[in-house]
Design a protein around this ligand. Sequence first.
Ligand SMILES: [Zn+2]
Length: 472
Amino acid sequence: MSYYEHLRRRHLSRAMVLAPHLIDQLDWPADRLATHRVERLRELVTVAINSSPWHRERLAGVDPAGLDLATLRQIEPMTKTELMEHFDGIVTDPRLSLEMVNGYLGAVTTGDYLLDGYTAITSGGSSGERAVFVYDWDGWATLWVMLFRYLLRTKLTDPELASRPVVMAWVMAAHFTHATAAMARTFSGPQFSNHRFPVTLPTEDIVAGLNAVQPDFLVAYSSALHVLSFEAAAGRLRIAPRRVLSAAEPLLPEIRAAAEAAWGVPVGNTWGTSEGGGNGIACDRGRTHLSEDLLIVEPVDARGRPVVPGEPSAKVYLTNLYNHALPLIRYEITDEVTVLPEPCPCGSAMPCIGDIQGRIDEVFEYSGRQIHPHVFRSVFGRHAGIVEYQVRQTPAGTHIIVRCHTPVDLDTIRRELEETLSGLGLQRPQISVEAVERIKRDNGPAKLKRFVPLDRATPHQPRETTSPVTIA
Ligand SMILES: [Zn+2]
C-alpha cells in the first residue's frame, strides 16, 4: 500500500468517527446550536490570534472570550483579494505558504497530502477570480461529512443500504485541484464506492458509465444534471438514484423540474463553496438548510448591512468554524442568498434558504458536440498566475483573455486546451490566448461573464475594451 493510500484510509476512518456527531447535530434544538456556535467561534478566533500574524493584527482589541454573534459584526470583513495577498500571514501553520500550495496544485495528479496532512484546493469562484484554500486534517474530513450527512444518515439507517456498499456517482470536476474531485478521491472506501465521471467527458461516455455503476446517490453540476435528465427522458440513461444532489452551480427551476420528472425523487440543491464546504445542504425533503453548526453565514446588502429573512442578500460574510488551517472570519462571498422565514417540515432548527440565484456558465456547442465550461476552468485552475479570465467562443475554437498577476505561459495554456478539445472530438481547434490588464464587464463592476458562446459573442476589440500587455 502506498504511503498516500495509508494516510487516505486513516482519513476516511477519521471522517467516520466524526460522522455520527455531525449527523446528530442536524437535529439539535436552536438553543443548543446557538451555544455551540459561540463556543466554536471563540475557539476559531483564539487560534487565529495565536497563530495567524495577519489576523493578530486585524483582530487587535478583540477579546475571544467576549465574542458572540452580535459582537462578531464589529469585525471588518475580509475579501478574496486580501486572502490571496496575505495568504502566508493568514495560514496558521508557518510551514504553509502560497508558493507551496500553488506548487502542489500545479503538480497534483494522483494523490498527495501537503505536509502529510493538509489538502489544498483551488476555485475559480463565481466571480472568475482565482483563489486557493487549504484544509487541515479534521477540516477536510468535516467538509466531506457536512456535505453528505443526510446521505450518510440514509446509508447508516436504511436497512438495505446499511448492509452493502453505497454507490455514489459524481458528475463533476475532472481535476484533483477541485474540491469535489479531491473529496471523492479521499473518502472512497468499502462502504462508499465513489465513481467519478469528469464533466469534461463526452455525454455518451458519462451515460454509459452511470448505466454501468447504477448509483444510489447522484451528485452533479446543475448543468450536467440538465443534460442527464434529457438522456433519461430519451431512454438512454437508465438509473434509479434514491437521492439526487446538484452542486457548484445555480439550480435553475427548469433543471430541477426536469431532473425530478426524470427520476421521481426530490432534487436537493447544495450551496457549496470552496471556502465553507456545504454552506447549505439539502435535507430529505429536498430543502436547503444552512450548516449553522459549522459555519456562520451573515446575509448582508451591498453595503454590508444585515438583511432580514425573506429578503435577498447582495453577498454574505462567511465564518468557517471548523477549518483552523486558514481562518476565514467574515469572509466576503458575492452569492445572493435568501434565508427563508418559515421552518422546514423536516424539523431541523437550521434555517432554510431559497435556491441560490446566479448564472450558469454557458456550454459551448461545436457541430453538435458540447464542451462543458469546466474543460477550460480546469486548465486555468492549474496556472497560478491567472487572476481572472473570459472565454469567447469562435467558429473553430475560442479566444481567451486572461488577467495575470505573475507571468503565465500563454502558449502552454493554448496547447493544453488544443489537446483537450482535440481529445473531445473537435477537429483542429483554434485557440488564442491574450493577456490583458483589465477585462471589461458587460454590466458595470458586477460579475464577469466568463463564457460567451458564439451566438452572443461580439467581435473582440482589444483597443477599446482592454489593453494588451506582454506577459512571458
Ligand atoms: Zn428540512
